[in-house]
Design a binder for this molecule. Structure first.
Ligand code: TNX
Length: 512
């Protein structure tokens, strides 16, 4: 197919444009790619450019995605796989190559020549990541002095790229305050631009239950109606959840749903009191304290309930993971907690999924396949690594997007200290938890919304810190450097503004 495609498009017209030489650099790129070679010539992106895709329908979807984003940025309406090549003088070719030599599933090669751009990868996900690099290379401004129409001048050269970590994630708690489907989709859009591949949704907690479970309807009828501060809460119907999952999938992002237990379960127990194990009277909870609730870990009926909930979540979720929380179960007896975690692990596995839990689960009897999510306790991360398990890194002092930036921050908590933009970037996931790098699945930046109530405030906390987390997850240490990063971050201003992102304008960055 590739050969026919190439011969088909080689009949495109040739033209003579006097383009300025342009060096290919990382100036607009986050995350920093593995390798960049500049050939210092130029490619004209203009109304004579067409996009061609080779391979599956999924590849054509990626071509259409690129076309849409080019329209958003430049106003150009590029054709994707046009019937005739007659009117097109430059082209963007997106192709799969089975013999691609880089092992990594998300690797890509982006070759920019004077009359064509060739993006090659082994998988559609690799192509999708490469598309983001291409988007970042398109200049904000067209050059209108070369011809009597606008040309966006791209530098020529070659980028070879692949991620250091396979799990590159952000987490959003939609419980403490609820966020709409539209809000979550917008967050996904921006995350995908920076090559994140996972969004973890914290769907249940003391203050609310945010996902419809058909076999246990009171979870949302009762548990969905509250949030921090006494607002009306909310929840996603299964159809809305699927809509989020599909939006993410189109951006090659996996949704990881979290059902937090046995602690953080006041809303569930309020809906179905037989679940309650703390012996206290149940009331709706709209404060921000943690650690007071627990399931009853000794009743079979509780596990039958969990089986139903996990079963529904597993069937709604195409990704391989289910997060079961397991954090801050301060009123669960240790023996009960360990029994609970082992038994829930079996339930998750029965439904064909891999279990993830916050780092406290490392001390229970669990299998090597289960993933430990480090947030606070290094010993737990090390215990997990010693057992041969993989670990996700979310150290609160570095990666928590809900910590205040500094004393001027309008929103945020401070229990893990201030996390200014440089602190969020200048750490080494490779060494932080003192575990072997082979045990690190990846990095996640959680956002707990106790102090915020809407998307603008969410963006204020997430941006720009989450962009640094994207680079830590993708780029190896040898290509990371704060001085260089802060310039590349400043260069994101136009994109963030175009997306209407309410980022925190920290003085640490010389914003453009
Ligand atoms: C701790 S992080 C929690 C959350 C809070 C967060 C606030 C974790 C696993 N549990 O319940 O929202 O601190 O920063």
């Amino acid at each position: 197919t590739l050969f026919t495609l190439l011969s088909f498009i080689s009949c495109a017209k040739k033209r003579n444009l006097n383009l300025p030489p342009t060096p290919l650099t990382a100036a607009g790129l986050i995350p920093h790619p593995v390798e960049i070679k500049s050939t210092n010539a130029s490619f004209p992106l203009d109304k004579f450019t067409a996009i061609y895709t080779a391979g599956t329908k999924e590849m054509e979807d990626i071509g259409n995605f690129l076309a849409e984003k080019i329209t958003f940025k430049t106003g150009l309406r590029l054709k994707v796989n046009p019937e005739s090549a007659k009117n097109f003088e430059s082209r963007i070719l997106i192709q799969l190559d089975n013999d691609f030599t880089i092992e990594n599933e998300e690797a890509y090669k982006l070759k920019i020549l004077q009359d064509s751009i060739i993006l090659t990868s082994k998988t559609p996900s690799g192509a999708f990541r490469g598309i983001q690099t291409l988007r970042q290379l398109i200049p904000q401004q067209s050059n209108d002095t070369i011809a009597d129409y606008s040309i966006w001048v791209l530098p020529t050269g070659e980028i070879t790229d692949y991620p250091q970590f396979e799990y590159r994630s952000a987490m959003l708690d939609v419980v403490r305050h609820f966020f709409s489907v539209e809000d979550v989709k917008k967050y996904i859009d921006v995350l995908s631009y920076y090559k994140f591949n996972t969004l973890h949704l914290h769907l249940t907690d003391d203050q609310g239950w945010r996902i419809e479970i058909k076999s246990w309807p009171k979870l949302t009828e009762i548990g969905g109606k509250t949030q921090v501060g006494g607002g009306t809460g909310g929840f996603y119907t299964q159809e809305q959840y699927r809509d989020i999952v599909n939006h993410a999938l189109e951006r090659h992002i996996t949704i990881v749903p979290e059902i937090d237990m046995p602690g953080h379960t006041n809303a569930a127990s309020l809906s179905y009191p037989f679940l309650n194990g703390n012996g206290k009277e149940l009331k709706p909870y709209t404060g921000t304290k943690v650690g007071f609730s627990t399931f009853d870990c000794g009743k079979d009926t509780v596990y039958a309930f969990i089986d139903d909930v996990i079963g529904e979540m597993a069937s709604l979720t195409p990704g391989p993971y289910i997060h079961i929380g397991g954090d801050e179960s301060l009123v669960t007896k240790k023996k009960d907690y360990n029994y609970f975690i082992s038994r829930v692990e079996k339930i998750v596995q029965k439904h064909g999924k891999i279990m993830i839990g916050w780092d406290e689960i490392a001390n229970a009897t669990i299998g090597e396949n289960t993933i430990v999510h480090f947030w606070r306790n290094k010993n737990n991360a090390q215990t997990a690594a010693e057992k041969g398990m993989k670990v996700i890194l979310s150290p609160a002092q570095k990666a928590y997007l809900d910590m205040k930036y500094d004393e001027n921050s309008k929103y945020g908590l401070t229990w893990a200290g201030y996390v200014p933009v440089n602190t969020a970037y200048r750490w080494s996931p490779e060494n932080y938890a003192e575990i072997p790098i082979d045990n690190i699945l990846g990095i996640e930046a959680p956002l707990w919304p106790e102090t915020i109530t809407n998307i603008g405030e969410l963006e204020y906390l997430a941006f720009p810190r989450v962009i640094g987390i994207a680079e830590l997850a993708w780029t190896k240490q040898e290509n990371r450097n704060w001085k260089d990063y802060r310039v590349r971050l400043a260069n994101q201003t136009a994109y963030l503004k175009s997306m209407n992102i309410n980022y925190y304008p920290t003085k640490l960055i010389d914003w453009k």
